[in-house]
Design a protein around this ligand. Structure first.
Ligand SMILES: NC(=O)c1ccc[n+]([C@@H]2O[C@H](COP(=O)([O-])OP(=O)(O)OC[C@H]3O[C@@H](n4cnc5c(N)ncnc54)[C@H](OP(=O)(O)O)[C@@H]3O)[C@@H](O)[C@H]2O)c1
Length: 212
């Protein structure tokens, strides 16, 4: 599958490396091509790079791994994205009086705002509920971690679920895109525990079942 990963930071690189390793055709959508840093990353981890809109052209799936504050402008610059599966990994984070918080919630979500910016795209919210390091390498996590997905387009959600499973997660359908209103605060539980409460980043959520 050809996957355009927009934003080659911690999340973009972790996901892109794992999918490259699984033989997907990964194209990183960046603002400036040809940097030394990106060249050595690609030499180590595979994939290739293009300017954002070029990366999206011909992609089956577009993964948005951008800081929330830059997301709207970046997404508007991606060109024709109609009909594409768009995986939204972003958490709409903001600082308020020195405290890290969600910029929206309860009656909307970052994912729903995103879907309003690109109404022709098939947006799926997922891969926002764990740290970049474990999303890129789940191999040492026991039991198998879980990742929820929310989206209104079932076929798009199935494609995203395959990619999520390919990373080693149990993929669980959380329902329509409006359920991102739950998945974004859920990510804040991870952030609070990992960063504020001192648990560290080397863990992920999992489901405990009485019967397998
Ligand atoms: N870090 C985590 O563990 C984690 C986990 C789950 C979800 N998330 C969410 O994932 C998103 C990305 O987080 P991150 O930690 O990967 O951030 P990051 O390391 O800061 O990377 C963000 C990347 O976005 C790029 N970027 C910004 N504007 C762009 C544009 N117009 N076109 C192309 N690239 C652009 C930046 O490139 P430049 O170098 O050019 O600035 C940078 O490489 C955030 O919304 C975050 O909340 C993060």
């Amino acid at each position: 599958m050809r996957i355009a990963v927009i934003g080659a930071g911690a999340v973009g690189r972790a996901l892109g490396s794992a999918w490259s390793k699984a033989d997907h055709d990964v194209v990183y959508g960046v603002r400036t091509t040809g940097t030394q840093n990106m060249a050595s990353f690609i030499a180590r981890s595979g994939g290739r790079e293009e300017l954002g809109a070029e990366a999206v052209r011909g992609a089956d799936v577009v993964v948005l791994a951008l800081p929330w504050a830059q997301a709207e402008a970046a997404v508007q610059g991606l060109g024709d994205i109609d009909g594409k599966v768009v995986i939204d990994c972003m958490n709409p984070l903001t600082m308020r009086e020195g405290v890290l918080e969600l910029a929206c919630g309860y009656d909307t979500s970052g994912a729903e705002r995103l879907a309003a910016w690109i109404p022709g795209a098939r947006v799926v919210k997922t891969l926002n509920q764990a740290g970049a390091e474990v999303m890129g390498d789940t191999s040492l996590l026991k039991p198998r971690p879980v990742m929820f997905l929310a989206g209104d387009d079932l076929a798009a959600k199935n494609i995203a679920s395959e990619l999520v499973r390919g990373l080693g997660f149990e993929a669980l359908d959380a329902g329509p895109l409006r359920m991102a209103r739950l998945l974004e605060p859920y990510a804040m539980v991870w952030i609070n525990q990992a960063i504020i409460r001192g648990e560290g980043r080397d863990w992920s959520f999992a489901i405990a079942r009485r019967k397998q």
